[in-house]
Design a protein around this ligand. Sequence first.
Ligand code: NAP
Length: 364
Amino acid sequence: MSDKLRVGILGATGMVGQRFILLLENHPWFEPVLVAASGRSAGKPYAEAVEGRWKMDVPTPEYVKDMPVYDMDADFDKICASVDFVFCAVNMPKDQIKALEEKYAKAEVPVVSNNSANRWTPDVPMVVPEINPEHLEVIEAQRKRLGTERGFICVKPNCSIQSYTPALNALKEFKPKLVVATTYQAISGAGKTFAQWPEMEGNIIPYIGGEEEKSEKEPLRLWGNIVDGKIVPATEPVITCQCIRVPVLNGHTAAVFVNFEKKPTKEQIIEAWRNYKALPQELDLPSAPEHFIQYLEDDDRPQVRLDVNFENGMGISLGRLREDSVFDYKFVGLSHNTLRGAAGGAVEIAELLRAKGYLVSKEG
Ligand code: NAP
């Protein structure tokens, strides 16, 4: 028998779900055994359920085409019996997602989630494996609350913050105090392609519902500490953001200004970025990029078209670092919103959870 963990994908027919389907094909540690979505898709073979709405630029993998799509509510017992854990990326009201994720966790099925519903649940770790892997320790307190032995929820943060938070995290020793970030966000972040959102061609929309608050607050939770079984967010740096939708398919760019308590030199900043190594690299997790951050010297980089797929979309590209007349420095960051920012980030979290013993086979 394979020693891979059996995984189900909840929301498998959506844009993030489709990314999971691609990323899990031939994954060395995880075997995708089940796909689930709403009652609208349930009962159909996967290929039929996504007909006319497959949004990836490569065809649907053979392994999943004939898998029946389960209803994540009605087939709950069957799903729980068939998997060791689930990935969750669903588009539903927040209270329903919260209830759904907790229902699976309480049934001893760990949930690795892309959704925002549980990002502020105090004992749910929200993790970027290269930034705060130690937050997984709060799972113990969460299991006590849920009354579970195996089950828990672990989430990833919003896609926008990955375009600037890794850069700031690398500079923690210089104490960033104040950050102003404007994000230029791809349409796939809304689960759309240009065919489905033709109004975005040649257009900019200066509003993404809820995004600015997430972009300002979520980095502080990543930098928080565990106190009495809860994550207490950091209070610095102060971050203010504007989030703008731009006519790009994949890739969120951020233009960032920053003030430090101890202003570093430009060379110190670039060295800290280029030398960034963290636990996923030490553990050699299958999805971990060899280089989490690259710094590009050319004035016209990073560019979405040239750089978004750096390290298979799991690396962060930075450039244009220079002193500023108002702030200490300014720079530009870029990350792939559906890879590092969504499904890829979640797969790497699951790898970290397995490497640290939180995800195990039900059969022991
Ligand atoms: P999407 O393309 O709209 O897909 C939504 C999925 O949820 C589909 O599988 C859909 O199933 C299922 N669903 C919808 N209503 C449901 C219901 N009432 N009951 C059960 N399943 C239901 O959305 P997406 O872009 O993949 O995003 C999914 C989640 O990931 C969202 O919470 C989003 O905020 C988050 N996220 C997205 C990105 C991104 O870059 N797109 C990044 C980070 C996080 P049917 O096909 O059967 O309707």
